[in-house]
Design a protein around this ligand. Structure first.
Ligand SMILES: [Zn+2]
Length: 276
């Protein structure tokens, strides 16, 4: 991986402010995603809640954070939501795919075979995203269900896949080793497993507590690891799974304080031929 070549880490934070401004172009950050930091947060959001994501666009910018949005049922988006998603992409965020009808990959592959599943739930999603000007290179598994066969089938289409680890509300995320990948291993890790940061669903509180999320961020920073997390709608109350804006900001603020760069999935493979 080009990002790992070159030896010395580039410490952008150590540069004088004016130089840092010039250096911190999105292009360079993308090319040097692995070089300039020994740890990383991959914060991701799933489904089609573009309006709620757009509402916190300024938060991401304020904390120099780039995240990933995995879109399912893209045909639900109206023209205004497509415009918002384009604005988010223009800010440097990743837009990936999450299924045309949010089908469970292992189950559909067992029923239809790999090609049948791709034709049913993946290709239409990718094609509509492309028609709207996006180039999805990563995929998040609906309800995090995956298997060796699905990794193989989808690995032929996408650079990266995001799965998930089921988490009980009382768990301390920092104890779940599957969420943490030593940064040097990230280039060869095609499937990254995340945990939910959602604070509620069906208009009620749910999910892990603030201390659990905070401990996970500290572990990634302390041990030089890459941590993957996922949410859905960004809202205080919502019918669907949702993450409170205050939690999103708390994560971004703590990550910034810890020197834990928050980056999008597309940045993991920047610089690879054919994936510019
Ligand atoms: Zn989903």
């Amino acid at each position: 991986m080009p990002g790992l070549v070159g030896g010395l880490p580039l410490e952008i934070d150590a540069l004088p402010a004016d130089t840092a401004d010039q250096v911190m172009s999105v292009t360079l950050l993308r090319e040097s995603a692995f070089r300039y930091a020994g740890r990383m947060l991959l914060l991701t959001f799933d489904d089609y809640f573009v309006r709620t994501w757009s509402a916190v666009r300024g938060l991401f910018t304020a904390y120099d954070a780039r995240v990933s949005f995995f879109i399912s049922e893209p045909d639900r988006l109206d023209a205004e939501e497509w415009r918002m998603l384009r604005d988010l992409a223009a800010d440097g965020h990743t837009v990936g795919a999450h299924g045309w009808r949010h089908r469970w990959a292992p189950d559909r592959i067992a029923e239809l075979g790999g090609d049948g599943y791709l034709a049913e739930d993946v290709t239409p999603c990718v094609e509509l995203l492309r028609a709207q000007g996006f180039a999805p290179r990563s995929f998040a598994y609906p309800v995090s269900r995956h298997c060796e066969k699905s990794d193989q089938v989808l690995g032929g289409v996408f650079s990266r896949l995001r799965g998930g680890v089921p988490v009980k509300p009382a768990v301390d995320l920092s104890t779940l080793d599957d969420l943490f990948v030593p940064l040097a291993e990230v280039p060869s890790r095609r499937v990254l497993l995340g945990a939910s940061i959602d604070t509620g669903k069906a208009f009620r509180p749910a999910g892990v507590g603030d201390a659990s999320v905070s401990a996970a961020l500290r572990r990634a920073a302390d041990r030089q690891e890459c941590l993957t997390l996922y949410g859905h709608a960004v809202a205080d109350r919502h019918e669907a799974n949702h993450t409170a804006p205050a939690r999103v900001e708390a994560i971004l603020a703590q990550a910034a304080e810890l020197g834990l760069p928050c980056r999008g999935f597309d940045e993991l493979d920047a610089g690879v031929a054919g994936h510019a």
